[in-house]
Design a protein around this ligand. Structure first.
Ligand SMILES: Nc1nc2c(ncn2[C@@H]2O[C@H](COP(=O)(O)OP(=O)(O)OP(=O)(O)O)[C@@H](O)[C@H]2O)c(=O)[nH]1
Ligand SMILES: [Mg+2]
Ligand SMILES: [Zn+2]
Length: 307
């Protein structure tokens, strides 16, 4: 029996695709991994480095090597279980768009907060710039520039901003994440020839609710680096952020918040709150504040149910 190290590029219910010395192989997950998975729905995620036992033709994952970081969300319909979306990444590339599906502040802001909580840098890509209305584009750009986020604009349709997109992902390991239909796979196809990822046919409406990409998978880029394409989400629920810590994950609140009258100000109804004052004065985008408030309520509810 041989022990080898591999990189997980795709995860199925019982099986993984693992890259071992440049070669792609199917590997089993041992039952023991499931017994020890803790709060996680699956014990293994795309991006995991694993040790495997090779026995004739059979390859089985024995152990997951320590992770540098993990990008996760709450399992739909459950309050404590965690779904690992990708691990060991250099950045999360949040893809959103103009046109269809409509830009979702709530989803974008929740993913940004999850990245901050996981200490993973985030880049915001605004795709379908060919569909952008001038007012909407200005509002969205201003909102996220004020928040200090790194943001680029692209159009996979007329191929603008694709060099900027390539510059963002070159030489790093990125996970592309965002709503279904924003153009994640379309963008990837443009920077890596021969990838040929399936993208939604124009005639198929988003309302069918179907994801075009159905599983997360890691691809190496010829330009250097690798990218994990993921199936789009409909709603994003972060995992594990304590409600009392949430305000730290809205960067535009951080500095102002130190001057609130109360040290533990939640920036809601407290007198002398500098954050709500800044929202009233239009210095902080109302959409960013609404995302914060709705997530805060949700987290408090989860904590109340747990106690
Ligand atoms: N007008 C316009 N359409 C685009 C652009 N980028 C992608 N599309 C179209 O948007 C649709 C969805 O693109 P996909 O690349 O499949 O989106 P996705 O984010 O990978 O979707 P999922 O795999 O379901 O998560 C397709 O019909 C694309 O042709 C763009 O920049 N402008
Ligand atoms: Mg896709
Ligand atoms: Zn406050």
């Amino acid at each position: 029996m041989n022990t080898v190290e591999g990189l997980v590029v795709r995860v199925d219910a019982r099986q993984c695709d693992v890259e071992i010395a440049g070669e792609m192989r199917a590997a089993l997950m041992r039952g023991r991994l499931f017994e020890n998975r803790g709060i996680d729905k699956m014990p293994i995620a795309v991006g995991d480095r694993v040790m495997l036992h090779e026995n004739g033709d059979e390859l089985a994952i024995q152990e997951v090597l320590p992770r540098d970081n993990l990008f996760a969300r709450r399992v739909t319909g459950e309050e404590t279980r965690r779904q690992l979306l990708a691990v060991n990444v250099d950045q999360v590339v949040i893809v959103a768009c103009f046109g269809t599906p409509p830009f979702s502040s709530i989803t974008t802001d929740r993913i940004l907060a999850a990245c901050s909580f996981a200490s993973i840098p985030a880049v915001l890509v605004l795709n379908k710039s060919d569909k952008a209305k001038r007012g909407k584009r200005r509002r969205v750009m201003e909102t996220y520039q004020t928040g200090g986020f790194k943001i680029i604009e692209t159009s996979a349709a007329d191929e603008t901003g694709i060099d900027d997109f390539a510059d963002v992902v070159r030489g790093k390991r990125s996970v592309l994440y965002g709503l279904s239909g924003v153009g994640k796979s379309s963008l990837l196809n443009l920077i890596e020839s021969g990838l040929g990822l399936k993208t939604r046919e124009i005639s198929k409406s988003l309302k069918s609710g179907r994801h075009t990409t159905t599983f997360a998978r890691l691809y190496h880029l010829e330009m250097g680096g690798s990218v994990i394409d993921t199936p789009g989400v409909r709603a994003f629920r972060p995992h594990g952020i304590p409600s009392g810590e949430l305000r730290l994950h809205w960067p535009e609140f951080a500095e102002l918040g130190r001057e609130c009258d109360y040290d533990d100000c939640t920036h809601r109804h407290e007198p002398g709150c500098k954050v709500t004052a800044a929202v009233d004065a239009d210095e902080i985008a109302a959409s960013r504040y609404r995302s914060y408030e709705s997530l805060l309520c949700e987290l408090e509810e989860i904590e109340a149910n747990r106690d």
